[in-house]
Design a protein around this ligand. Structure first.
Ligand code: HEC
Length: 126
């Protein structure tokens, strides 16, 4: 998940710099990460420190479709960047979560339903 966020931030910088090769690369990183997202949520692994909601396993059918949506948007972004289509890059980046994966966009679509907020602190002191 943190790697996804790093990729998203790298995309933000690359979009600003109109570095479309980097946008394509990072969007593809997110696409392959989405193939593995469900592996991070084996049944019953919710600890005190986890923000994973029990709804993940209660509504698995629904949950398991969310990474596909992110993958779709990241794919559209990669395509737009490969074509150097600036307007479309802006549109798809916004759809992915230009602001924050915890405020809007395709990443947020899963977080808002399946992750408790606020973001977990790096070190909570116990
Ligand atoms: C299928 C649902 C789903 C999708 C799609 C998803 N996430 Fe998450 N994300 C979660 C859940 C659930 C957690 C909480 C995990 C935990 O605390 O164990 C989380 C946590 C995070 C965190 C906090 C890291 C942490 O240590 O808790 C970041 C950052 C994050 N996601 C980024 C992203 C980004 C960026 C994307 C899109 C590219 C994304 N996520 C897509 C479900 C999702």
């Amino acid at each position: 998940m943190d790697a996804n966020y790093d990729a998203l931030k790298a995309i933000k910088r690359a979009v600003e710099q109109k570095d479309y090769a980097a946008v394509t690369l990072k969007a593809k990183d997110i696409m392959s990460a989405m193939d593995k997202t469900l592996d991070h949520f084996p049944k019953g692994v919710t600890g005190e420190k986890s923000r994973a909601k029990p709804e993940i396993w209660e509504k698995w059918d629904e949950f398991s479709k969310r990474p596909l949506k992110v993958k779709e948007v990241a794919g559209a972004l990669a395509k737009a960047a490969a074509a150097k289509d600036e307007a479309q890059v802006q549109v798809q980046f916004k759809a992915l979560g230009a602001e924050s994966p915890f405020r809007s966009g395709a990443c947020y679509e899963c977080h808002k339903d399946f992750r408790t907020s606020p973001p977990r602190k790096e070190k909570s002191g116990g």
